[in-house]
Structures are given as C-alpha cells and as structure tokens.
Design a protein around this ligand. Sequence first.
Ligand code: CP
Length: 308
Amino acid sequence: MSSDKPRSYLRVRDLSIERTQVLFSRATEIKSLLQSKQKITSLQGKQVVLFFSEASTRTKMSFQMAAQRLGAQCLMVDDMLSSSMSKGETFADTYWTLHALRPDLIVVRCDGDSPLDEVAEKTESPIINGGFGSLAHPTQALLDVFTLRENFSSLDGLRVLLVGDIDHSRVAASDIRLLKDLGAEVRICAPDVFNQKNSFGLENFTDLNKAIAWCQIYMGLRVQFERHGTDTNASLSKEQFVDRFSLSQERLKYLSSDAIIMHPGPVNWGIEFQEEVARDLRFRMWQQKENGVYVRAALMEALLKEKA
Ligand code: CP
C-alpha cells in the first residue's frame, strides 16, 4: 500500500500514484529551470549524505549533482576501503554513525543482506534507496518512467519489453512494479536461468525477434555477472546469451520505427547490446541518465519539504 506522506523512499509504492505524478511535474519544471541555467535554492542549508557501500556511477553522481544544483551540501561515504567498514564496522553501525551527525537526508546503496528496512524504521533522517541488492532500485524506476512520459503521450497499455537478467536486476523489480501500477503492459524475454523467480508472472517470449516486433519499449538489462553463482554461469555461456538475447543491427530491423531503446546502464557492450545500438536514433539511454538528476532532485525536495 502506498503511504500518503512518506518520510523515506525505499520502494516505488512508498509514493502513491498521485504523488508520483506530482513528482514528475516538478521534475519537468526542474529540468526546464536547470536547462535554462536558472538557479534553484529549494535545498539551501540542507545537508545530504550519500552512503554507497556498493559501486555506482550514475545514481551517485546524479544524486550529488541534484543536491548541489538545488543548493544543498552533499557529503559522501562511498569508498569502502577508506571507510571504517574496511575494519569490519557493519552497515548498521556505519549508518547510525552518519545519522548521529544529523544530516537532513541519507541516500543509501547497499547489498540485499543489509538491514535497510530496520534502519528506515528507526531513522530520523529520511532515507532514499539508491539501489538495494537485487531487490529494488526505485529512483531508477522513477527516471525510466519519466523518460517514457517524455517519449509517449500515455503509459496506459504501453508495451514494454525487459530483456535479459531479470532475476538479478533491481531495476527490473522496481520498473515492473511501477510500470504495471501505471497501466503499462510488461513482458520479458529472458533465459529460464535468469527468470526463476518470475514473481510478477510475466509472459516470457522465447523468441527475441518476436518480442522485439511486439514492443514499443525495448529495455536491455545488464547481465549481472557479479551476482551469479557458479551454477548460473555453468548453465548459460556468454556466447549462448549473446546468440539468443543480444540486440544487434540484424535484430533492430524488427523494432518499430516509433519504438525506443532503453538501458539503465552500465551496459556490457557486446552482450546486452552490440555497439551499433548506440548509434540508432531510437536509443534513449543518454536521456535516461540526464533525467536521473531532475527526478532525484524532485524526490529530495519532496521528502525534505515534508520533513520541514
Ligand atoms: N543504473 C545505475 O544504477 O547505475 P549505477 O550503478 O552506475 O548507479
């Protein structure tokens, strides 16, 4: 159930659909203001901590950019070798240490075993989930849907295809939830070994060419080699994956001229996408990355406004 006044944002349903739409409107305003070099000071005097115990480029930098563009100070704990986690300090102890410094907001990226829900229950600083193991990446879902809204007049019935490593993708988990809540039709094309959970009961195309012909949005997902056990690697080789699930020049001809191609990044070039995909006019990954700043800015503003 969506909460009417969320203090933290851990999963997409922590914002009601109505509030998500308001957030998108504000993100549009912020985009327009920042693109025309106008100053926004809505977070002046605020301090935002980015606590990233897992690697990130896009999410971390777009939160930092967003916080600073809105006038906040941004502090980071993102180098696990130089933080006291390298000496064995736990995620929870590190979180409460940062919390004790009284920041206004903490953005957290962590592995799926970290007690994110437990700290969120007790925290006095709102938390934003910046990526939680394979479980959730709600701000990626927000920026993906925001990007879709810029490309399509309505999300209702929009045919979205997610391709590849569904089970290990926190982006897939959050995108599917939000897209379905907004009325999109979501299907997947994935090897069985990457779709064992099938928690949303989505139709899984066995033939990528047919899936491409069906969709209006082709969303590639990174093959998350670092999250695979040895069994997964043994049962599906890279070559087999590329043969059946890689988007290539040859396969692009099945994609409608009105369709778009997305990927949350980072891309394993030569695996999810062959390099020619980046030159296709339907490729929207750079728009997704830029939109991350505006959507995350709108979210921080909304949470801090409620806190004030
Ligand atoms: N899409 C995404 O979350 O990228 P990063 O891991 O670089 O933040």
